[in-house]
Design a protein around this ligand. Structure first.
Ligand code: COA
Length: 390
């Protein structure tokens, strides 16, 4: 029985900053951001979007009434969760109107969370082939104004429906993984912003990739030539390229060309959204399959997942016949084209406007936010969510 990705939903907030303008405001050459880091636009979450609403908006696109009957497990991967105790999955479960006979949990290991969720979902479906699992990767990446990580912020979510006989991608079973306790990126529970040792994080990302790739080749005997494309976790789009370049000379010229071209295609959406932590790898995969028309069913795609701290994994999947019929390419084009550009001043103001942390009540203006699912306020220390479609 094949198990894998049946559908993919994606959501990013309705506003963004142009990286050229941010560079000018920060007294940096624009090419540093657009070429050196590889980001063109950076999505910014309004105060009415948090990791729960982003995830619910991403899932809303793909969940049919039939799926609602089959989903008995919701796994929410995030590193910008809204509660230390209650999982974001329970809120999303309610906002989507899923059946009560389901498990709902949150998992955490930096940007690796959604990958852990997918592997858990695969095991669940192997035991219960009639089940579907909703995997969510949702985050708001915040490093702070005027920090070196500022250009690598972003906001958005990816929702993946995992099931038997999947429409898009069948997961293969030979995966390799690695854990090592390092401090390259972390966010203590008292801090709204992440701490990052950027250069060390880059080095470790590449080292983890090289190690899992070596392990994978040894275990399977497969080579770069066996891959149509490799998708990477993308904290910024140059990062995956740095890792790919360290192994690309293992390939013959035509394989090199294909892998580099497909890498470029796999970064198109990420270049316009920024870092979405847990969802970044899957946004990259979505970009590849929605924007590269030359892909063929039966092609093998590699996935490198990296979550600082750190856990890395390399796993693979095979594109399914007629996978294109399961995509929402037009809807995603509309999502991008309907976004509103912010000036740097507007971005700074919205970024600095945060929710109260002292237990006070707040009511938010959800009319300013075109998203169907929004955070409407906080009362009695409880977040109040609305689904405008209900
Ligand atoms: N034109 C083209 N490229 C330029 C340039 C210009 N005018 N000016 C600088 N660059 C290049 C640099 O050469 C460098 O490229 P390289 O890394 O390939 O050598 C790149 O732009 C970035 O410059 P750098 O000086 O290293 O930037 P920085 O000190 O501001 O830090 C990050 C960049 C990415 C390290 C920083 O933004 C960061 O820490 N981000 C968070 C990383 C992260 O998310 N890690 C955790 C998860 S993996």
């Amino acid at each position: 029985m094949e198990i894998g990705i049946d559908k993919i939903g994606f959501y990013t907030p309705h506003q963004y900053v142009d990286m050229n303008n941010l560079a000018v405001a920060r007294n940096v050459e624009p090419e540093k951001f657009t070429i050196g880091i590889g980001q063109e636009e950076m999505a910014l979450a309004p105060i009415t979007q948090d990791s729960v609403t982003l995830a619910a908006n991403a899932a809303l696109q793909i969940i049919s009434e039939e799926d609602k009957k089959a989903i008995d497990f919701v796994i929410f991967g995030t590193e910008s969760g809204i509660d230390h105790s209650k999982s974001g999955a329970v809120y999303v479960h309610k906002l989507l109107g899923l059946k009560p006979q389901a498990r709902a949990i949150e998992v955490k290991q930096a940007c690796y969370g959604a990958t852990a969720a997918i592997q858990m979902a695969k095991g669940h479906v192997a035991l219960h082939p009639e089940s579907k699992v909703l995997v969510l990767g949702s985050d708001i990446a915040r490093y702070g104004l005027n920090t070196s990580g500022e250009a690598t912020q972003g906001a958005g979510a990816v929702a993946l429906l995992i099931g038997a006989n999947p429409g898009i991608l069948a997961l293969e079973n030979e995966d390799v993984y690695l854990t090592n306790d390092i401090m390259d990126f972390w966010r203590p529970i008292y801090s709204e912003q992440a701490f990052v040792d950027g250069k060390f994080s880059n080095e470790q990302y590449i080292l983890f990739f090289q190690k899992v790739w070596e392990q994978y080749k040894e275990k399977t005997g497969l080579q770069l030539a066996d891959f149509e494309a490799i998708c990477y976790h993308l904290p910024y789009t140059k990062m995956g390229l740095k890792a790919l370049r360290t192994v690309i000379d293992e390939a013959e010229e035509q394989d090199k060309e294909r892998l580099l071209e497909n890498y470029k295609t796999s970064t198109q959406y990420n270049r316009r959204v920024g870092n979405i932590y847990t969802g970044s790898l899957y946004l990259s995969f979505l970009s590849l399959i929605e924007q590269q028309e030359r892909l063929k069913a039966g092609s093998r795609i590699g996935f490198f997942s990296y979550g600082s701290g750190a856990v890395g994994e390399f796993f693979t999947g095979v594109l399914q016949p007629n996978y294109q019929a399961h995509l929402n390419t037009e809807q995603h084009a509309k999502l991008f084209s309907s976004r509103e550009e912010l000036s740097v001043e507007q971005y700074e103001e919205i970024f600095s406007n945060t929710l109260p942390t002292d237990g006070s009540t707040i009511e938010l203006d959800v009319k300013q936010d075109p998203a169907p699912i929004c955070l409407a306020g906080i009362t009695d220390n409880k977040r109040q969510y609305i689904n405008k479609l209900d």
